[in-house]
Ligand binder design. Sequence first.
Ligand SMILES: *Cc1c(COP(=O)(O)O)cnc(C)c1O
Length: 445
Amino acid sequence: MNFGPDLPQKREVVTEIPGPNSKALADRRKAAVSSALGAAVPIYADRAGGGVIVDVDGNSFIDLGAGIAVVNVGNSAPKVVEQLAEQAHKLTHTCFMVAGYEPYIEVCEHLNRLTPGDYDKHSALFNSGAEAVENAIKIARAHTGRNAVVAVEHAYHGRTNLTMALTAKNMPYKHSFGPFASEVYRVPTSYPLRDELDGPQAAERAIARIEAEVGATNLAAVIIEPIQGEGGFIVPAAGFLPAMAQWCTDNGVVFIADEIQTGFCRTGEWFACDHEGVVPDLITTAKGIAGGMPLAAVTGRAEIMDSVHVGGLGGTYGGNPVACAAALGAIATMEEQDLAGRAQQLGTLMMDRLNALAEKFDVIAQVRGRGAMVAIEFAEPGTLKPLPDLPKALAARCTQEGVVILTAGTFGNVIRLLPPLVISDELLIEGLDVLADALAAELSA
Ligand SMILES: *Cc1c(COP(=O)(O)O)cnc(C)c1O
């Protein structure tokens, strides 16, 4: 039997979708698992690697989601599996705050080296993206002695109480879960398709709002995803991020880049901030960091990271040694295989094909993205009124044809493509062809 990247790299549907084994698991799930957890596709995975997911019925799907930008190095990547297995045999847990271990320190060294900014950096490790964001806010507050935090429209920062407050979209993330953490303020962002502003103008609008409604001297941090993920892969106009970062610097406000989805080669650079030379004070990472193992980090200016009292940060599992070993395997894989360069190639391939598609179908309002983080926004031609049912229908059609594809967007009207960076050109092209056929079929249905 094949595992991980040795799986045959092909699309093959051999049963109805979902097949009998997936249906049986769906029944067990219904009986055992909270119905509050959604499911993007009705299949159950058995193994995955390279650019495919093989389900429990033997159907092989082209993976254009990478577990939401997590398995950038591919599922069960050899170095990840090797290093985590070796670590698991040595020790699985001591708690870094009880007895430290080398892999934690080594991951921090890599993060300090790879993240944007030439200054002296320190890192701290956590379990999930939301936990990293929570801690970044704690650090910024401790450092500045201020309380207020600004997030932007369409933002997604997680599902814990503070990160729900930072997240923009009500359904499904916030609905019925309030009250939310206080001292969180939301300002407009740059959304080139839906506003008329260039980057500096959009920053001016956001800053004017902050100054009028929050006050710089009350503000601990501004947190922004350099390309918004769940919000619909919104790429801000050039100049927006640098102007926001500069204003923060000028006003003693900590600028936090949430690179949880954009980080680790996804956008064609190690981090999305690198495209515009933006240097954040703190950066949050997770998703792509450890090839699928739960790990997250806050990295930033040493003097900010160290402004918290000893014992003020931590957690039982944060920076678990097995997860750290996986991260070391993933980082080595990204460097050795130049997956940032590969993301650029995949991005060019996707952009060319999708732009050609946009010429043919006027429901495509925009194709956008950077590197291997590409989206299609669908809207009523001429009006930009979102078409949220279309991406859902397309994703369902694609699943039937053996392609896993994800939706996104505040208005639900976006298809997002996040292939593993180790996918072959052939497989990616085949997946895009299936998507194109699904669109043609849906519009003529
Ligand atoms: C996924 C995501 C988070 C939350 O990460 P979890 O590991 O799910 O808690 C935060 N910010 C961004 C930008 C994300 O994409």
